[in-house]
Ligand binder design. Structure first.
Ligand SMILES: *Cc1c(COP(=O)(O)O)cnc(C)c1O
Ligand code: SF4
Length: 341
């Protein structure tokens, strides 16, 4: 059970909050007193990737500020529509790496399961915005094929649940999967990559705590927060529950122009994460996916920012600056590519 002092008095079911997310850009702008900016901010054609943001996350945005760093992460913009050379639909080579339906086995010892295509929030820079989820999710009644792959390869020590956001699956559905994983002796660790504790912390409810705490595997939860303003007290509480359930908490962020591409913001993000019991893990260079070019930060600037972080933060609060390179055996540190950091 969640310790009594952390259980909300009248919990609202997370599924209800999920369904109640904002999906109309005009409604979001109205709530933020930005309706007057609609004509300049919103694209005049369909971007093919709808707005979606939970109300609790939108409540952390500043009113009257069209450049709010949380808003920029979710608001469809005209800049997404142009084709930019070098930006493609499958920027990280996922379609080549598929080993069985729903399994991406690119790196030694770790297999990534695309548990679902759903997310509570739609991040505009997301490299999976063009992913053919309908065919590729393991949960579409195809745990069996994914599990067969995991069972057959004894080099796999760690299963990573990704997506989409794996915590968009119900806890009983997750339990179905982990019950099966528990029968595979070579699998020691379960890692969950999720943005839900940040954008919809109510997801970390009593039922979820019970499931996570009882897992017979070591557990790692890799959160995804890009800006310190995303981490309010409700997020910190959710993190505390995850830690009480025995999870090691890490964070990955994406370096995003106008959102977090300055040293003060990145330092504050690391400090705020640590206050919530989370260590910074990766700072990703953007995947060069169609529609996200306006978020890109040049490598030279990214490396300079990292240097500022090293000067200001203890080493354990400096994230690893990496890029995903199609076909590479691991995420590539930027410093290695350029040899000048
Ligand atoms: C990022 C990723 C991993 C995890 O890599 P780590 O460096 O261990 O965090 C595993 N599999 C795939 C397919 C990935 O994209
Ligand atoms: S939550 Fe993660 S997978 Fe979902 S849209 Fe955002 S970045 Fe992409």
């Amino acid at each position: 059970m969640i310790p009594a002092n952390r259980a909300p008095a009248q919990p609202v079911r997370w599924q209800t909050l999920w369904r109640d997310a904002i999906t109309d850009p005009h409604e979001l702008l109205r709530l933020l007193d930005l309706s007057a900016h609609a004509a300049t901010l919103l694209p005049d054609a369909d971007t093919g990737f709808a707005l979606r943001v939970p109300r609790g996350f939108a409540a952390r945005m500043r009113h009257g500020d069209p450049a709010d760093p949380l808003l920029l992460q979710v608001l469809p913009q005209a800049a997404e529509l142009g084709e930019v050379p070098g930006f493609t639909r499958d920027a990280v080579g996922d379609l080549d790496a598929r080993a069985a339906s729903g399994v991406l086995h690119k790196y030694q010892g770790r297999a990534l399961l695309i548990a679902t295509g759903s997310c509570a929030v739609h991040c505009r820079y997301c490299f999976r915005r063009h992913f053919p989820y309908a065919e590729e999710t393991a949960a579409a009644n195809r745990w069996e094929r994914a599990l067969a792959h995991l069972r057959a390869d004894a080099s796999i020590r760690e299963v990573i649940l990704s997506g989409g956001d794996p915590l968009s699956l119900s806890t009983p559905k997750l339990a179905e999967l982990t019950d099966a994983l528990a029968t595979i002796p070579h699998i020691r660790r379960l890692r969950i990559h999720t943005r839900l504790p940040v954008v919809l912390p109510e997801r970390v409810d009593a039922e979820f705590f019970d499931w996570l705490a009882a897992l017979p595997l070591q557990r790692v939860v890799v959160l995804h927060a890009n800006h310190p303003g995303e981490i309010d007290d409700s997020v910190a509480s959710a993190c505390a529950v995850l830690r009480d359930a025995g999870a090691t908490l890490l964070n990955q962020a994406v370096l995003l122009r106008q959102v977090n591409d300055n040293a003060e913001v990145l330092c504050a993000l690391s400090e705020r994460l640590f206050e919530a019991g989370v260590l910074p893990y990766y700072l990703h260079q953007l995947d060069r996916v169609t529609g996200a070019a306006h978020f890109e930060v040049e490598d030279a600037r990214a490396l300079a920012l990292l240097e500022r972080l090293r000067e200001r933060l203890p080493g354990y609060l400096v994230p690893r600056l990496v890029r995903e390179v199609a076909g590479a055996p691991c995420k590539r540190p930027l410093a290695d590519n350029d040899g000048n950091a």
